[in-house]
Design a protein around this ligand. Sequence first.
Ligand code: ADP
Ligand code: RBF
Ligand code: MG
Length: 189
Amino acid sequence: MSTRPPLIGPPTGPEPPYPLLMEGTVISGFGRGSKELGIPTANLPVDASLTPWIASIPSGVYFGWASLLLPAAHPDAAPFAPSPYSLFPMVMSIGYNPFYKNTVRSAEVHILHKFAADFYGVPMRLLLAGFIREELDYAGLEALIADINFDCDVARASLARPAWQPKGLGDQGNDGTLDCSWLIRPSEE
Ligand code: ADP
Ligand code: RBF
Ligand code: MG
């Protein structure tokens, strides 16, 4: 892509219809070796009975925050945090992956954190804060990867602003004002 904006959304924070919330258990994806490309994606089931908005939202690339209920034995678990959920910035794709011509609509999340172990089967919650771009087809894998890496930069920079940072979780004054409490709330069961 030639020119793409480095930031999405205004400095005042997410605008309607965002934030959009969804949750589910991390499942196996298409097994295409995204991890080997340096872009592992944690897949969630696309289930319109649990996530009513997912059927009508445009396919494309979104960004926001993800929380994981990692088991205590996972190397990235944060056992002494105020919540059993760990919170991370994320970028995600919802759609048919035109480069691969999928027939099933998928939701896959690349978390902007280097994990020491996989987390299949773990409960994950997402707060979508904004839309980055439509899904595209590409002449080659390198162009797809380059665009995804740019998406990661856009997400990181956009989420670094105070109105896009979680409220009540920062230390030493780098706290944000975005309400992410749903992401770290203990589940009811
Ligand atoms: P699959 O086709 O099964 O989704 P991937 O190659 O996309 O396989 O790898 C996804 C898995 O990698 C996730 O389910 C998760 O357990 C693990 N993983 C490790 N690091 C990350 C990360 N930063 N973001 C998303 N998933 C990650
Ligand atoms: N697949 C596409 O076919 N077209 C896209 O534009 C596209 N954009 C993506 C953006 C992000 C941020 C992520 C995480 C994935 C995207 N994908 C896209 C899905 C990608 O093809 C899939 O994760 C592959 O498994 C990567 O090899
Ligand atoms: Mg995946």
